[in-house]
Design a protein around this ligand. Structure first.
Ligand code: ATP
Ligand code: MG
Length: 286
């Protein structure tokens, strides 16, 4: 793991080489630039790699560009007049950055949006059925979802408008699962949930990854929770990747500890000038 010396200008995928899992590469984000409305430059030189059966975490402060990365991968950028204007995205070695969300779902990429949007007037089961893309396996897939998410089975006929935040989060993950994805893009699932519930949901996500041959790209502000289930992590600031490494290394990284986990060696926030790596830190804070 390293902080790279020249901001966003690292050569294509050098960073990804650090992701030394033996699994096959599933997704490659190769130095993409993203603009909204043709003029608002939001991402620069963003690179990332997700391998099969991996949980990769994308961390960063508000406005860093995390959701934009997910939308670039899932094709949802287009509905917001956003576009990948440089670089490329490949999924199973196929170029996908010009494809629409429906095609990408068929290929196996599904994004679960921030905010747990459910169809409030439908029951849990009806919500799940909306997510099914394969009529022949709908019944099996429903049972599979209920197996992972017990509370949903118990409440299958309940209208979803009254569900708790945790139940809604389970429902949107289960609904995505109905499409049998190879890559699930999960945007801030822990937001506003009690720690125990976060643990429960992250535990299920971990087992999905193992049992369903699925990879997960997990956007989180809760760095500790995310790094505890992830294999690999990337940190973004101001539209650029500034740090990447194995999740256990990132957890021990002083910068991550201080800025994302709220910890420091001295038990208090240090002034930047006291810190040996002042320049590095300054660059990271952008
Ligand atoms: N549709 C849009 N049109 C114009 N600018 C946008 C649009 N969506 C996002 N942005 C801008 O892009 C930048 C990155 O936003 P993004 O939502 O990707 O950040 P984020 O890391 O997900 O933040 P948060 O943690 O708050 O969810 C922000 O400056 C935001 O204002
Ligand atoms: Mg976001």
């Amino acid at each position: 793991m390293e902080l790279f010396p020249s901001g966003g200008s690292r050569k294509p995928l050098e960073g990804a080489l650090l992701n030394q899992s033996l699994e096959e590469v599933l997704l490659t984000v190769n130095n993409i630039e993203v603009k909204y409305l043709g003029v608002i430059l939001v991402l620069r030189g963003v690179y990332m790699e997700v391998r099969e059966r991996q949980i990769v975490s994308l961390l960063g402060a508000n406005g860093a560009g995390k959701t934009t990365v997910l939308k670039a991968i899932s094709g949802l950028l287009k509905s917001e007049e956003g576009e990948v204007t440089d670089g490329k995205i490949e999924f199973l070695e196929e170029r996908v950055d010009k494809k629409n969300p429906e095609e990408l779902v068929r290929l196996g990429i599904i994004q679960i949006l921030e905010g747990r949007r459910v169809f409030q007037h439908l029951t849990i089961e009806e919500n799940l059925l909306v997510g099914s893309t394969n009529p022949a396996s709908t019944k099996t897939d429903l049972e599979k979802c209920y197996g992972y998410f017990e509370p949903l089975k118990r409440m299958q006929n309940r209208i979803t408008g009254y569900l708790s935040g945790g139940e809604q989060q389970m429902l949107v993950i289960a609904r995505a699962l109905m499409a049998r994805p190879k890559l699930m893009l999960l945007d801030e699932p822990s937001m506003g949930l009690a720690p125990l519930l976060v643990q429960e949901i992250f535990g299920i996500v971990s087992s999905l990854m193992k049992d369903e041959d699925m990879s997960v790209l997990l956007v989180e502000q809760n760095a500790l929770a995310a790094l505890s289930i992830a294999d690999y992590g990337y940190v973004m600031e101001s539209g650029k990747i500034v740090l990447d490494g194995a999740a256990n290394e990132l957890r021990e990284n002083e910068d991550v500890k201080e800025f994302y986990l709220g910890l420091s060696d001295l038990g208090k926030r240090r002034s930047y000038r006291e810190v040996k790596h002042y320049k590095r830190r300054k660059r990271w804070l952008g």
